[in-house]
Design a protein around this ligand. Structure first.
Ligand SMILES: Cc1ncc(COP(=O)(O)O)c(C=O)c1O
Length: 400
């Protein structure tokens, strides 16, 4: 029998999809489930963006495009990056792909070689695809703790200790999935100081939640002096414009852009042509719909954080960005006799009809940090209130 490659066996996954299967199964059996697993806006793509795509289709924009994207979109993205990151980005430094996600792999492939011990530092807890792809592409994953004790930021001295002559790439993600933490300018400057002392280190800055910052202003590490040339900035339309299924993301780096484009040629050829026009419409059209959606997220953040902090055994820092909260449920686990956050999550789903993810879905537990779960508050206010009510009742009724 032909065998599956070892590399493929190493692939991790977004275990959120496994939980979603459980949720679907329960819903099919007639159980009411409040779903807080999903990492996408619960809003529909704004009409004017859909019209942009329809117009493009009708005008015959349905063939292949250049691998780095249609010139109009690269120009618009260059302007978007320049304005929002306060840097000068040229259109030829921009590459468009099928979402922000493919750039994770393209970047690892572009700056590390397999099997020679090249190390990639990545946030833990974090988006699970980082670790999965680092491993599958033959590099060595080195987790960098994101800590509740540091207000969902990182310990810069610890980061420095992780760096050695084999380090090739540091992945940053701010605002952060799953904690909602955001790195402030001071922390980014300290990271930049360290990185600049090491000639061989690139930074992959995953900024897909850049538009969702509720405290202060979004800051990119690329805005810091001397960092633009070593930073691959990645953003996209998925979260900001409720366009997850359209699969358009973009990246910029002056030196790596041609290599990233070469990876696009070797994989998808190009991002879907009409969808590139939809993204162009999103970036260049009125921003009111997106702003309204983000304002709703801010209200929901306040609602869910206040509600969680009123529940016995639950402690929740108010996150600065994205649409996730990462409450500490160590005490709640003890109250209901759950051995860890994963058992807590399972029981909450099956016994109380509340779907969330636990810390094991986002990497390894950090010592001394306790048990955490993730709620995505990309859910209606009504469902948030009902979810909180069920969580409170679950804890009160299951005291051991
Ligand atoms: C941190 C992070 N990066 C990237 C992505 C993927 O974004 P896209 O839909 O643009 O591929 C996600 C989606 O959940 C994410 O949370």
């Amino acid at each position: 029998m032909p065998q599956v490659s070892e590399r493929t066996k190493l692939l991790g996954t977004e275990t959120a999809f496994d939980v979603l299967k459980e949720v679907e199964e329960l819903t099919r059996r007639g159980k009411s489930v409040m779903n807080f697993c999903i990492g996408q806006p619960d809003f529909d793509t704004p009409e004017y963006i859909k019209e942009g795509a329809i117009k493009a289709i009708k005008a015959g924009k349905t063939g292949y495009t250049p691998s780095p994207g249609i010139p109009e979109l690269r120009e618009a993205v260059a302007q978007f990056f320049s304005k929002t990151r306060d840097i000068d980005v040229k259109p030829e430094w921009v590459v468009v792909a099928c979402g922000a996600k493919p750039f994770i792999g393209y970047t690892i492939l572009s700056v590390t070689d397999p099997g020679v011990g090249h190390e990639v530092i990545y946030p833990n807890p974090g988006f699970p695809i980082y670790e999965s792809l680092i491993r599958a592409y033959g590099a060595v994953p080195v987790p960098l703790p994101v800590l509740e004790a540091k207000n969902f930021s990182i310990d810069v001295d610890y980061l420095e200790k992780l760096i050695n002559e084999r380090t090739r790439l540091i992945i940053l993600n701010s605002p952060h999935n799953p904690t909602g933490g955001a790195l402030d300018k001071d922390t980014l400057e300290q990271i930049a100081d360290i990185v600049k002392r090491h000639e061989n280190i690139w930074v992959f800055s995953d900024e897909v939640y850049s538009s969702m910052v509720y405290e202060g202003k979004f800051v990119s590490i690329a805005s810091i002096d001397g960092m633009q040339e070593r930073t691959i900035i990645v953003d996209g339309v998925s979260k900001t414009y409720a366009m997850t299924g359209w699969r358009i993301g973009f990246a910029t780096n002056p030196k790596l852009a041609p290599y990233l484009a070469r990876w696009v040629t070797n994989t998808d050829s190009c991002a879907p042509h009409p969808n590139q026009y939809a993204a162009l419409t999103a970036l260049t059209g009125p921003q009111d719909d997106s702003k309204r959606m983000i304002e709703r997220f801010r209200l929901r953040r306040d609602l869910i954080v206040d509600g969680l902090n009123k529940i016995e055994g639950v402690r929740c820092i108010k996150p600065k960005g994205a649409f996730y909260v990462w409450p500490n449920v160590t005490e709640a686990c003890k109250i209901v006799g759950a051995k860890d956050s994963e058992e807590f999550r399972k029981r909450l789903l099956y016994e109380a009809g509340v779907a969330i993810l636990s810390d094991i879905h986002f990497g390894h537990k950090n010592e001394g940090e306790g048990e955490h779960v993730r709620f995505s508050y990309a859910a209606s206010e009504e469902n948030i209130k009902e979810g909180l009510r069920r969580l409170k009742a679950f804890i009160e009724e299951n005291r051991v």
